[in-house]
Design a protein around this ligand. Structure first.
Ligand code: A3P
Length: 345
């Protein structure tokens, strides 16, 4: 009898043990594969903005439990319901700069339970055709969110497009504006690399960076080259300052966001008057990617798409020196206006 009971117990323990090991293996495999597969949004508006607004599945799954913190009064999290969802105009916009790390910034801010991102670049204010469709069209492009959350969109073309500051001002004169910048020469090379990749994809040849950045007739920096012009941050910012006071801007150091994202994100949380919720847990360094990736919880991780973090072509050091010298006075002015010194060479 005793022997029978022991055998039964052994069998049960064996089944339970196998179940536990199996579950553990499944979990490890799933977390690992999610990381590798990078179930990343079809990042970057290559196909333009989607016609359907984004349904906030992730916001619902990951943010719902935390939302009660942001509700006024004593409402419990059970009271947060689907029918509360609304499409809200953005309270903050990442206006640029292209190749500054705009996608990384948006995705990382989206880790915050009170932030909901518009996944696609909407290009409402810089595209006349879209702008003509009116503000309701823009609002309907926004993701669903709870009233306590804030919507953030990013369209880096806003920063350099003439008409945009006035148009945004007309929508909301007290909107918060985020600008993420990188060392101007590196940004220009990154910009070039993106265009080069596009050309190569179409089997087209393209000039070398040196040829575009330096005017062959004068041997001076070619200010007609868009990648150079975009990196003269102060020139663009000055246009914005005709509409918005400097207090409405926050400068994010894009180079630091790559190497040390958390402190940069904490500064943005403060600027947006959000309680600090993004922690080191949410950011982990992925050695394969060479970048920080995002951790929402034990199951869901994601890295940015491969189009972020391209290998830059080698550029003649004398051209780099020339460009850095050229940008230097503009950078000084940028530090002076913004009150943020970035120690660029
Ligand atoms: P490179 O491709 O030159 O490395 P944007 O999103 O504005 O186009 O900016 C792209 C840049 O974001 C990339 O430029 C990359 O260096 C930077 N970046 C910052 N944080 C990143 C991250 N966690 N993962 C991938 N790229 C990141």
């Amino acid at each position: 009898m005793l022997f029978k009971q022991q055998a039964w117990l052994r069998q049960k323990l064996l089944v339970l043990g196998s179940l536990a090991v199996g579950s553990l293996l499944y979990l490890v495999a799933r977390v690992g594969s999610l990381d590798r597969l990078q179930p990343i949004c079809p990042i970057e508006g290559r196909f333009g903005a989607r016609s359907q607004p984004e349904f906030p599945l992730r916001a619902l799954q990951f943010k719902r439990g935390l939302l009660h913190e942001f509700r006024k009064g004593n409402a419990s999290k059970d009271q947060v319901r689907l029918h509360d969802l609304v499409q809200q105009l953005p309270k903050a916009i990442i206006i640029g700069v292209r190749k500054g790390g705009t996608r990384a910034l948006l995705e990382m801010l989206n880790l915050h339970p009170a932030v909901v991102k518009a996944s696609q670049e909407i290009h409402f204010f810089d595209n006349d055709e879209n702008y003509a469709k009116g503000i309701e069209w823009y609002r309907k492009k926004m993701p669903f969110s709870y009233p306590q959350q804030i919507t953030i969109e990013k369209s880096p073309a806003y920063f350099i497009t003439e008409e945009v500051p006035e148009r945004i001002y007309k929508m909301n004169s007290s909107i918060k504006l985020l600008i993420i910048v990188r060392e101007p020469t590196t940004r220009a090379i990154s910009d070039y690399t993106q265009v080069l990749e596009g050309k190569e994809r179409k089997n087209k040849t393209y000039y070398k960076f040196e040829k575009l950045a330096i005017d062959p007739n004068t041997c001076e920096v070619n200010t007609k080259y868009k990648a150079v012009r975009t990196s003269i941050y102060t020139k663009h910012l000055e246009r914005w300052l005709k509409y918005f006071p400097i207090e409405q801007f926050h400068i994010v150091d894009g180079d630091r966001l790559i190497t040390e994202p958390l402190p940069e994100l904490q500064l943005v949380e403060k600027f947006l008057n959000l309680p600090p919720r993004i922690s080191q847990y949410n950011l982990y360094f992925n050695a394969t990617r060479g970048f920080y990736c995002l951790r929402f919880n034990i199951i869901f991780n994601k890295c940015l798409a491969g189009s972020k973090g391209r290998i830059h072509p080698e550029v003649d050091p004398s051209v780099i020196t020339k460009l850095r010298k050229f940008f230097h006075p503009f950078n000084q002015k940028f530090y002076q206006i913004t009150g943020r010194t970035l120690n660029w060479p």
